[in-house]
Design a protein around this ligand. Sequence first.
Ligand SMILES: Cc1ncc(COP(=O)(O)O)c(C=O)c1O
Length: 367
Amino acid sequence: MDFKKLMQPHLKNVRPYVPGKPIEELRRERNIEGEIIKLASNENPYQPLDEIKRAISEELDNINRYPNSGSHYLSLELSEKHGLEQGQIFVGNGSNEIIELLVRAFVKPDENVMYPYPSFIAYPLIVHQAGVGELKVPLSDYILDLEAMRSAVNQKTKMVFICNPNNPTGTYVPEGDVVAFLMGIREDIIVVFDEAYYEYVTAEDYPDSKKLLERFKNIVILRTFSKVHSLSGVRAGYAMADAELVTILHMVRQPFNVNRLAQAAARAALRHSDDLGTRIDENNSERSRIADDLRELGFTVPDSQTNFLLAVPEGPDRNIVDRLMDLGIIVRSAAPWGLGVESFRVSIGTPAENDRFLEGLRDVLSR
Ligand SMILES: Cc1ncc(COP(=O)(O)O)c(C=O)c1O
Protein backbone atom coordinates (compact mmCIF):
# COMPACT_ATOMS: atom_id res chain seq x y z
CA MET A 1 0.00 0.00 0.00
CA ASP A 2 1.29 3.46 -0.86
CA PHE A 3 0.55 5.34 2.37
CA LYS A 4 2.09 8.51 0.96
CA LYS A 5 -0.91 8.64 -1.42
CA LEU A 6 -3.34 8.20 1.46
CA MET A 7 -1.64 10.86 3.57
CA GLN A 8 -3.06 14.39 3.79
CA PRO A 9 -1.38 16.19 0.84
CA HIS A 10 -0.11 19.16 2.89
CA LEU A 11 2.06 16.83 4.98
CA LYS A 12 4.51 16.49 2.09
CA ASN A 13 6.14 19.70 3.38
CA VAL A 14 6.85 18.28 6.84
CA ARG A 15 10.51 17.61 7.59
CA PRO A 16 10.58 15.56 10.80
CA TYR A 17 12.34 17.17 13.75
CA VAL A 18 15.94 16.04 14.11
CA PRO A 19 16.93 16.21 17.77
CA GLY A 20 20.47 16.72 19.08
CA LYS A 21 22.32 13.40 18.95
CA PRO A 22 21.74 11.41 22.15
CA ILE A 23 24.87 10.47 24.12
CA GLU A 24 24.24 6.71 23.94
CA GLU A 25 23.73 6.82 20.18
CA LEU A 26 27.07 8.56 19.63
CA ARG A 27 28.80 6.07 21.94
CA ARG A 28 27.41 3.14 19.95
CA GLU A 29 28.03 4.67 16.51
CA ARG A 30 31.63 5.69 17.14
CA ASN A 31 32.70 3.28 19.82
CA ILE A 32 33.57 6.06 22.25
CA GLU A 33 34.52 4.76 25.68
CA GLY A 34 35.27 7.92 27.66
CA GLU A 35 32.85 10.56 28.87
CA ILE A 36 30.66 12.16 26.21
CA ILE A 37 29.40 15.72 26.67
CA LYS A 38 26.21 16.90 25.04
CA LEU A 39 26.01 20.60 24.32
CA ALA A 40 23.47 20.30 21.51
CA SER A 41 19.95 20.95 22.82
CA ASN A 42 20.20 23.98 25.11
CA GLU A 43 19.47 21.81 28.10
CA ASN A 44 20.59 22.71 31.59
CA PRO A 45 23.82 20.87 32.45
CA TYR A 46 22.73 20.62 36.09
CA GLN A 47 20.15 18.33 37.68
CA PRO A 48 16.96 19.98 38.92
CA LEU A 49 17.17 21.23 42.51
CA ASP A 50 16.78 18.48 45.14
CA GLU A 51 13.39 19.87 46.21
CA ILE A 52 12.10 19.37 42.66
CA LYS A 53 13.37 15.81 42.45
CA ARG A 54 11.78 15.10 45.82
CA ALA A 55 8.44 16.45 44.60
CA ILE A 56 8.66 14.15 41.55
CA SER A 57 9.48 11.12 43.75
CA GLU A 58 6.57 11.87 46.06
CA GLU A 59 4.18 12.19 43.15
CA LEU A 60 5.15 8.69 41.96
CA ASP A 61 2.73 7.33 44.57
CA ASN A 62 -0.16 8.85 42.63
CA ILE A 63 0.60 7.89 39.05
CA ASN A 64 -2.18 5.31 38.90
CA ARG A 65 -4.51 8.35 38.80
CA TYR A 66 -4.99 10.76 35.92
CA PRO A 67 -3.43 14.18 36.42
CA ASN A 68 -5.38 17.32 37.20
CA SER A 69 -7.02 18.34 33.94
CA GLY A 70 -6.20 21.93 33.16
CA SER A 71 -3.27 22.00 35.65
CA HIS A 72 -5.44 23.86 38.16
CA TYR A 73 -2.98 24.25 41.04
CA LEU A 74 0.01 24.97 38.85
CA SER A 75 -1.86 27.63 36.89
CA LEU A 76 -3.10 29.15 40.16
CA GLU A 77 0.44 29.37 41.52
CA LEU A 78 1.72 30.76 38.23
CA SER A 79 -0.98 33.42 38.27
CA GLU A 80 0.03 34.42 41.82
CA LYS A 81 3.67 34.59 40.85
CA HIS A 82 2.98 36.73 37.81
CA GLY A 83 0.20 38.90 39.28
CA LEU A 84 -2.29 37.78 36.65
CA GLU A 85 -5.73 36.16 36.83
CA GLN A 86 -5.67 32.39 36.85
CA GLY A 87 -7.71 32.45 33.64
CA GLN A 88 -4.81 34.16 31.89
CA ILE A 89 -2.50 31.17 32.36
CA PHE A 90 -2.43 28.08 30.16
CA VAL A 91 -0.11 25.16 30.95
CA GLY A 92 1.16 22.86 28.21
CA ASN A 93 3.20 19.72 27.69
CA GLY A 94 6.19 21.97 27.09
CA SER A 95 5.78 25.34 25.42
CA ASN A 96 6.06 23.40 22.16
CA GLU A 97 2.59 22.01 22.69
CA ILE A 98 1.21 25.50 23.18
CA ILE A 99 2.71 26.66 19.86
CA GLU A 100 0.88 23.81 18.18
CA LEU A 101 -2.41 24.54 19.98
CA LEU A 102 -2.20 28.23 19.08
CA VAL A 103 -1.84 27.43 15.39
CA ARG A 104 -4.57 24.79 15.54
CA ALA A 105 -6.99 27.05 17.38
CA PHE A 106 -6.54 30.25 15.43
CA VAL A 107 -5.02 29.86 11.97
CA LYS A 108 -7.36 28.92 9.10
CA PRO A 109 -6.01 27.00 6.07
CA ASP A 110 -5.94 30.10 3.83
CA GLU A 111 -4.22 32.25 6.48
CA ASN A 112 -0.53 32.50 7.22
CA VAL A 113 1.84 32.41 10.19
CA MET A 114 4.86 34.69 10.13
CA TYR A 115 8.13 33.75 11.78
CA PRO A 116 11.72 34.91 11.61
CA TYR A 117 14.32 32.74 9.94
CA PRO A 118 16.57 31.20 11.18
CA SER A 119 14.63 30.68 14.36
CA PHE A 120 13.11 27.93 16.48
CA ILE A 121 12.75 24.86 14.30
CA ALA A 122 9.30 24.02 15.73
CA TYR A 123 7.64 26.97 13.94
CA PRO A 124 8.00 25.62 10.38
CA LEU A 125 7.37 22.09 11.63
CA ILE A 126 4.07 23.01 13.28
CA VAL A 127 2.97 25.26 10.43
CA HIS A 128 3.65 22.53 7.87
CA GLN A 129 1.89 19.92 10.00
CA ALA A 130 -1.15 22.20 10.20
CA GLY A 131 -1.13 22.87 6.46
CA VAL A 132 -1.50 26.64 6.85
CA GLY A 133 0.44 29.35 5.02
CA GLU A 134 3.86 30.56 6.15
CA LEU A 135 5.78 33.82 5.86
CA LYS A 136 9.47 33.48 6.68
CA VAL A 137 11.29 36.74 7.28
CA PRO A 138 15.12 36.60 7.29
CA LEU A 139 17.10 37.93 10.23
CA SER A 140 19.29 40.95 9.70
CA ASP A 141 22.82 40.53 11.07
CA TYR A 142 21.61 37.57 13.20
CA ILE A 143 18.86 39.68 14.84
CA LEU A 144 15.09 39.60 14.22
CA ASP A 145 14.23 42.28 11.67
CA LEU A 146 10.97 43.61 13.12
CA GLU A 147 10.75 46.36 10.52
CA ALA A 148 10.94 43.81 7.69
CA MET A 149 8.44 41.63 9.55
CA ARG A 150 6.03 44.54 9.86
CA SER A 151 6.31 45.28 6.13
CA ALA A 152 5.80 41.60 5.24
CA VAL A 153 2.49 41.30 7.14
CA ASN A 154 -0.37 40.86 4.68
CA GLN A 155 -4.17 40.55 4.78
CA LYS A 156 -3.91 36.82 5.44
CA THR A 157 -1.47 37.04 8.34
CA LYS A 158 -3.06 35.64 11.50
CA MET A 159 -0.15 34.94 13.82
CA VAL A 160 3.43 36.14 14.28
CA PHE A 161 6.15 34.44 16.31
CA ILE A 162 8.74 36.67 17.95
CA CYS A 163 11.39 34.40 19.39
CA ASN A 164 13.02 36.62 21.98
CA PRO A 165 15.83 35.84 22.59
CA ASN A 166 16.08 34.00 19.32
CA ASN A 167 17.14 30.40 18.96
CA PRO A 168 19.72 29.64 17.37
CA THR A 169 21.35 33.10 17.43
CA GLY A 170 20.80 34.04 21.09
CA THR A 171 20.09 37.66 20.11
CA TYR A 172 17.17 39.74 21.40
CA VAL A 173 15.00 42.61 20.24
CA PRO A 174 14.44 45.56 22.63
CA GLU A 175 11.15 46.86 24.01
CA GLY A 176 11.05 49.98 21.83
CA ASP A 177 11.21 47.94 18.61
CA VAL A 178 8.65 45.47 19.87
CA VAL A 179 6.18 48.25 20.76
CA ALA A 180 6.69 49.89 17.34
CA PHE A 181 5.98 46.52 15.74
CA LEU A 182 2.80 45.99 17.76
CA MET A 183 1.57 49.49 16.96
CA GLY A 184 2.29 48.95 13.26
CA ILE A 185 0.16 45.85 12.71
CA ARG A 186 -3.54 45.01 12.86
CA GLU A 187 -4.77 44.20 16.36
CA ASP A 188 -6.45 41.00 15.17
CA ILE A 189 -3.04 39.42 14.53
CA ILE A 190 -1.92 37.22 17.42
CA VAL A 191 1.68 38.01 18.36
CA VAL A 192 3.45 35.24 20.27
CA PHE A 193 6.51 36.17 22.31
CA ASP A 194 8.45 32.96 22.72
CA GLU A 195 10.54 33.63 25.83
CA ALA A 196 11.99 30.17 26.49
CA TYR A 197 15.29 31.74 27.63
CA TYR A 198 13.74 34.63 29.57
CA GLU A 199 15.49 33.91 32.88
CA TYR A 200 18.97 34.23 31.38
CA VAL A 201 18.38 37.69 29.93
CA THR A 202 20.21 40.62 31.52
CA ALA A 203 19.71 43.31 28.84
CA GLU A 204 17.96 46.29 30.42
CA ASP A 205 15.93 47.17 27.33
CA TYR A 206 14.54 43.63 26.97
CA PRO A 207 10.75 43.92 26.69
CA ASP A 208 8.58 43.62 29.78
CA SER A 209 6.07 41.57 27.84
CA LYS A 210 3.77 41.02 30.83
CA LYS A 211 3.34 44.78 31.10
CA LEU A 212 2.72 44.96 27.36
CA LEU A 213 -0.07 42.42 27.80
CA GLU A 214 -2.04 45.07 29.72
CA ARG A 215 -1.88 47.31 26.67
CA PHE A 216 -1.98 44.85 23.76
CA LYS A 217 -4.65 42.13 24.11
CA ASN A 218 -3.31 40.27 21.08
CA ILE A 219 -0.09 39.16 22.82
CA VAL A 220 0.72 35.63 23.99
CA ILE A 221 3.82 35.09 26.15
CA LEU A 222 5.41 31.63 26.26
CA ARG A 223 7.73 30.47 29.03
CA THR A 224 9.12 27.05 29.88
CA PHE A 225 10.41 24.92 32.75
CA SER A 226 12.77 23.13 30.34
CA LYS A 227 15.73 25.47 30.47
CA VAL A 228 16.58 27.32 33.66
CA HIS A 229 14.63 24.83 35.81
CA SER A 230 16.39 21.78 34.31
CA LEU A 231 13.12 20.04 33.44
CA SER A 232 13.45 19.37 29.69
CA GLY A 233 12.71 15.70 30.29
CA VAL A 234 9.37 16.10 32.08
CA ARG A 235 7.76 18.64 29.71
CA ALA A 236 6.06 21.70 31.16
CA GLY A 237 5.65 25.17 29.74
CA TYR A 238 3.00 27.87 29.97
CA ALA A 239 1.36 30.77 28.22
CA MET A 240 0.22 34.11 29.63
CA ALA A 241 -2.46 35.81 27.56
CA ASP A 242 -5.90 37.37 27.53
CA ALA A 243 -8.35 35.13 29.45
CA GLU A 244 -10.63 34.74 26.44
CA LEU A 245 -7.77 33.49 24.28
CA VAL A 246 -6.84 31.01 27.03
CA THR A 247 -10.41 29.66 27.05
CA ILE A 248 -10.00 28.85 23.36
CA LEU A 249 -6.70 27.04 24.00
CA HIS A 250 -8.52 24.83 26.52
CA MET A 251 -10.97 23.88 23.76
CA VAL A 252 -8.23 22.33 21.62
CA ARG A 253 -6.08 20.60 24.25
CA GLN A 254 -6.19 16.94 25.26
CA PRO A 255 -7.98 16.38 28.60
CA PHE A 256 -4.76 15.38 30.42
CA ASN A 257 -2.13 17.22 28.44
CA VAL A 258 0.26 17.83 31.35
CA ASN A 259 1.23 14.70 33.28
CA ARG A 260 1.34 14.40 37.06
CA LEU A 261 5.12 14.38 37.39
CA ALA A 262 5.39 17.50 35.26
CA GLN A 263 2.76 19.37 37.30
CA ALA A 264 4.40 18.38 40.60
CA ALA A 265 7.88 19.24 39.34
CA ALA A 266 6.82 22.61 37.94
CA ARG A 267 5.04 23.56 41.18
CA ALA A 268 8.18 22.76 43.18
CA ALA A 269 10.30 24.62 40.64
CA LEU A 270 8.15 27.71 41.08
CA ARG A 271 8.57 27.60 44.85
CA HIS A 272 12.35 27.52 44.42
CA SER A 273 12.86 29.75 41.41
CA ASP A 274 14.73 32.29 43.53
CA ASP A 275 17.42 29.71 44.27
CA LEU A 276 18.72 29.65 40.69
CA GLY A 277 20.67 32.91 40.72
CA THR A 278 24.08 31.27 41.10
CA ARG A 279 23.43 28.91 38.21
CA ILE A 280 22.24 31.74 36.00
CA ASP A 281 25.28 33.86 36.89
CA GLU A 282 27.59 30.97 36.14
CA ASN A 283 25.86 30.37 32.78
CA ASN A 284 26.25 34.00 31.83
CA SER A 285 29.89 34.31 32.82
CA GLU A 286 30.77 31.02 31.12
CA ARG A 287 28.92 32.26 28.04
CA SER A 288 31.10 35.36 27.82
CA ARG A 289 34.24 33.32 28.37
CA ILE A 290 33.35 30.89 25.55
CA ALA A 291 32.24 33.71 23.23
CA ASP A 292 35.58 35.47 23.76
CA ASP A 293 37.52 32.30 23.02
CA LEU A 294 35.43 31.49 19.95
CA ARG A 295 35.95 34.99 18.58
CA GLU A 296 39.67 34.68 19.21
CA LEU A 297 39.60 31.47 17.19
CA GLY A 298 38.11 33.38 14.26
CA PHE A 299 34.40 32.62 14.61
CA THR A 300 31.63 35.15 14.23
CA VAL A 301 29.57 34.89 17.44
CA PRO A 302 26.43 37.02 17.83
CA ASP A 303 25.89 38.47 21.34
CA SER A 304 23.76 35.97 23.22
CA GLN A 305 21.33 36.44 26.12
CA THR A 306 20.69 32.72 26.51
CA ASN A 307 22.33 29.44 27.52
CA PHE A 308 23.84 28.88 24.07
CA LEU A 309 26.03 30.51 21.43
CA LEU A 310 26.02 30.42 17.65
CA ALA A 311 29.46 30.10 16.06
CA VAL A 312 29.96 30.83 12.37
CA PRO A 313 33.46 30.07 11.10
CA GLU A 314 35.29 31.58 8.20
CA GLY A 315 37.70 29.77 5.93
CA PRO A 316 37.85 26.27 4.52
CA ASP A 317 35.63 23.39 5.58
CA ARG A 318 37.21 21.49 8.43
CA ASN A 319 34.34 19.18 9.28
CA ILE A 320 34.24 20.74 12.74
CA VAL A 321 30.96 19.30 14.07
CA ASP A 322 31.78 15.78 12.98
CA ARG A 323 35.33 15.84 14.30
CA LEU A 324 34.13 17.18 17.65
CA MET A 325 31.86 14.15 17.81
CA ASP A 326 34.87 11.88 17.33
CA LEU A 327 36.18 13.49 20.52
CA GLY A 328 32.91 12.79 22.35
CA ILE A 329 31.64 16.39 22.14
CA ILE A 330 28.16 16.89 20.71
CA VAL A 331 27.21 20.36 19.42
CA ARG A 332 24.38 21.20 17.05
CA SER A 333 25.21 21.81 13.41
CA ALA A 334 23.57 25.05 12.25
CA ALA A 335 23.79 23.96 8.61
CA PRO A 336 20.06 23.02 8.44
CA TRP A 337 19.28 26.68 9.27
CA GLY A 338 21.25 27.77 6.21
CA LEU A 339 23.96 29.40 8.32
CA GLY A 340 26.83 27.65 6.51
CA VAL A 341 27.86 23.99 6.63
CA GLU A 342 30.47 24.56 9.29
CA SER A 343 28.46 26.73 11.66
CA PHE A 344 27.19 25.28 14.92
CA ARG A 345 25.27 26.11 18.06
CA VAL A 346 26.83 25.16 21.36
CA SER A 347 24.97 25.09 24.67
CA ILE A 348 26.68 26.36 27.79
CA GLY A 349 27.67 23.43 29.99
CA THR A 350 29.38 23.18 33.36
CA PRO A 351 32.77 24.94 33.50
CA ALA A 352 34.50 21.54 33.12
CA GLU A 353 32.39 20.68 30.06
CA ASN A 354 33.07 24.07 28.56
CA ASP A 355 36.81 23.61 29.08
CA ARG A 356 36.62 20.29 27.32
CA PHE A 357 34.64 21.75 24.43
CA LEU A 358 37.16 24.56 23.95
CA GLU A 359 40.08 22.19 24.21
CA GLY A 360 38.48 19.81 21.68
CA LEU A 361 37.73 22.66 19.32
CA ARG A 362 41.32 23.93 19.47
CA ASP A 363 42.49 20.43 18.77
CA VAL A 364 40.17 20.09 15.73
CA LEU A 365 41.22 23.48 14.36
CA SER A 366 44.93 22.84 14.79
CA ARG A 367 44.98 19.65 12.70
C1 LIG B 1 12.74 29.27 21.35
C2 LIG B 1 12.23 28.05 21.99
N1 LIG B 1 10.94 27.96 22.30
C3 LIG B 1 10.43 26.86 22.88
C4 LIG B 1 11.25 25.79 23.18
C5 LIG B 1 10.63 24.53 23.69
O1 LIG B 1 10.50 24.46 24.98
P1 LIG B 1 9.68 23.30 25.69
O2 LIG B 1 10.69 22.32 26.15
O3 LIG B 1 8.97 24.02 26.77
O4 LIG B 1 8.72 22.69 24.70
C6 LIG B 1 12.60 25.83 22.90
C7 LIG B 1 13.45 24.68 23.21
O5 LIG B 1 14.53 24.51 22.76
C8 LIG B 1 13.10 26.99 22.27
O6 LIG B 1 14.39 27.08 21.93
